[in-house]
Design a protein around this ligand. Structure first.
Ligand SMILES: *[C@@H]1O[C@H](CO)[C@@H](O)[C@H](O)[C@H]1NC(C)=O
Ligand SMILES: *[C@@H]1O[C@H](CO)[C@@H](O)[C@H](O)[C@H]1NC(C)=O
Ligand SMILES: *[C@@H]1O[C@H](CO)[C@@H](O)[C@H](O)[C@H]1NC(C)=O
Ligand SMILES: *[C@@H]1O[C@H](CO)[C@@H](O)[C@H](O)[C@H]1NC(C)=O
Length: 378
C-alpha cells in the first residue's frame, strides 16, 4: 500500500482524519480538529526535515501520523478549535467512511494515474493552497522510483511543478523544489530535463530565501541537480552558484542546516573533479576567500559542521589547481588543524561522543597528511 495515499489523505482531510485518530486514542482530546485546515508552511514541512543529510521525508506512516498529531502547538489548537465548528459524531463517522472509500478507490489507481490527478490539481488555478500542497507531496512520493520520475515530464508534470517555484507561498515553493530534487536523485535523464527548463538559477536564488525551509529545499534541489552532472555544474557556476555557496559558508548567522548542506555540496563538486581528472577545474576552486571560509569552519562549535569542513578540505587539497601555499599562508591551515586537534582532544573526555570524535580526528589526521604531502610537492 502506498504511503503516499495516506499522506495525501492526512493532509487532504487533515482536520478530520487526525481528529478521528485522536478520538479512538482514548478520548485524549475533544472532537475538534487538531490541525487547522489552513495549513501554513511551517505546519506542513516536518520541522527537522533537513537535520539529517537526507532530504527529510517521512520514514514511515507511523512517524508521519505521529508528526501530524504532535506537530500542532496547543495555542494554535485552541485557536483553530474556536474557529472550527465541532463535528457531530454522525458527521465524523460520515467523514471516516468517505476516507475509507477514497482509500479503496485510490488503491486501484496506477502511479501514472495518481500523477495525472496531482498534475491536474497543480494546473488548476482554483486549486486551494492545501490541495496544492497535497498534490505536491503526493508527487514527492510518486517520483521516487526512477521510471515514475521520468514519466513526470511526459505527463506534463515537470512544467507544472516548475511553475510552483513562482508561487506566492514559500511553503509551496519549497515543496516544489523538494519534488525536483527528489526526482533528480541519481537520474541523469531528469537532470537533463530540468536543465532544459532553465530553473537552476531560480533555485539558486531561492536558497537565499528568508524562509529557512525554502532555502534548505532549494539547496537540496541544486545539489541533486548538479551531482555528477557536468552540464548542470557548468550552469551552476555560470549562474552565480559559487558565490551563493561562498556567502553561506562565510556567514555564521546563517542557519546551521543550510551551512552543513552547503559544505556537502562544495565537497560534491570538488569530488566530481577528482573523479574526472580529464576535465578542467573551474576557477571557483581557486577562490582564496572560499578556501579560507572553509578552513575557518573547522573552528565551528558544531562538530558536524567541523567534520564536514574537514572532509571538504581533504577534497579541495587534492585538486590540481589549488595551491599549498594558499592553504598555508592565507588560510593558516596548519594552525587550524592544530587547534582542531586540541579541541577534539578535549571533547574525547566525554564518553558519550568519544567514538564520533575519534572519527572526526581520523579525518583531521588524513587532512594533515595530505596537506603536508602537498606542501612538499609544491
Ligand atoms: C470523552 O470525552 C468526552 C467529552 O470531552 C467526555 O464527556 C467523556 O467522559 C470522555 N470519555 C472518556 C472515556 O474519557
Ligand atoms: C478546478 O478546481 C476547482 C476547485 O477545486 C474545481 O471546482 C474545478 O472543477 C476544477 N477544474 C477542473 C478543470 O478540474
Ligand atoms: C548573514 O546572514 C544573515 C542572515 O541570513 C543576513 O541578515 C546578513 O546580511 C548576512 N551577512 C552578510 C555579511 O552577508
Ligand atoms: C602544529 O603542531 C605541530 C606539532 O605540535 C607543530 O610542529 C607545528 O609547528 C604546528 N603548526 C602550526 C602552524 O602552528
Amino acid at each position: 500500500m502506498k504511503r503516499t495515499l495516506l499522506l495525501a489523505l492526512i493532509l487532504f482531510t487533515a482536520a478530520t482524519a487526525v481528529a478521528a485518530v485522536a478520538e479512538t486514542d482514548n478520548n485524549l482530546t475533544s472532537r475538534q480538529p487538531l490541525l487547522s485546515t489552513a495549513v501554513d508552511e511551517s505546519d506542513l514541512l516536518p520541522p527537522d526535515a533537513a537535520l539529517s543529510d537526507s532530504d527529510g521525508g517521512f520514514p514511515s506512516m507511523d512517524s508521519m501520523l505521529h508528526w501530524a498529531i504532535s506537530h500542532s502547538d496547543p495555542e494554535k489548537l485552541k485557536e483553530s478549535a474556536q474557529s472550527h465548528q465541532k463535528l457531530s459524531p454522525s458527521e465524523l463517522q460520515k467523514r471516516q467512511l468517505e476516507i475509507k472509500e477514497i482509500m479503496e478507490k485510490t488503491k486501484m489507481l496506477s502511479d501514472a494515474e495518481l500523477m495525472k490527478i496531482a498534475i491536474k490539481d497543480l494546473n488548476n488555478a482554483s486549486t486551494s493552497l492545501e490541495d496544492r500542497y497535497r498534490a505536491l507531496l503526493e508527487l514527492l512520493e510518486l517520483v521516487e522510483p526512477l521510471d515514475n520520475a521520468n514519466d513526470l515530464n511526459k505527463l506534463g508534470g515537470l512544467h507544472a511543478v516548475t511553475q510552483e517555484l513562482k508561487h506566492y507561498d514559500s511553503g509551496i515553493r519549497a515543496t516544489a523544489a523538494w519534488v525536483l530534487g527528489k526526482a533528480s536523485q541519481n537520474n541523469p535523464t531528469f537532470q537533463q530535463q530540468v536543465l532544459e527548463l532553465g530553473v537552476l538559477s531560480r533555485l539558486i536564488a531561492m536558497v537565499k530565501s528568508s524562509s529557512i525551509e525554502e532555502g534548505i529545499k532549494a539547496l537540496y534541489a541544486v545539489s541533486a541537480l548538479t551531482r555528477n552532472n557536468l552540464a548542470n555544474q557548468e550552469l551552476f557556476y555560470a549562474e552565480g552558484g559559487g558565490l551563493m555557496l561562498q556567502d553561506i559558508l562565510r556567514n555564521a548567522s546563517i542557519d546551521i542546516k543550510l551551512r552543513r548542506k552547503a559544505v556537502l555540496l562544495l565537497t560534491d563538486l570538488a569530488d566530481y573533479q577528482l573523479e574526472n581528472v580529464n576535465k578542467d577545474e573551474p576557477p571557483f576552486f581557486n577562490n582564496q576567500d572560499l578556501l579560507k571560509s572553509v578552513v575557518d569552519l573547522t573552528a565551528s562549535t558544531d562538530l558536524d559542521l567541523q567534520e564536514k569542513a574537514l572532509v571538504a578540505i581533504k577534497s579541495l587539497l587534492q585538486l590540481r589547481t589549488t595551491k599549498a601555499r594558499v592553504f598555508r599562508d592565507l588560510c593558516a591551515l596548519g594552525d587550524a588543524l592544530n587547534r582542531t586537534k586540541e579541541l577534539l582532544h578535549d571533547l574525547m573526555a566525554d564518553e558519550d561522543q568519544r567514538d564520533y570524535v575519534m572519527d572526526v580526528e581520523n579525518v583531521r589526521i588524513e587532512v594533515e597528511s595530505i596537506y603536508h604531502r602537498k606542501l612538499e610537492n609544491q
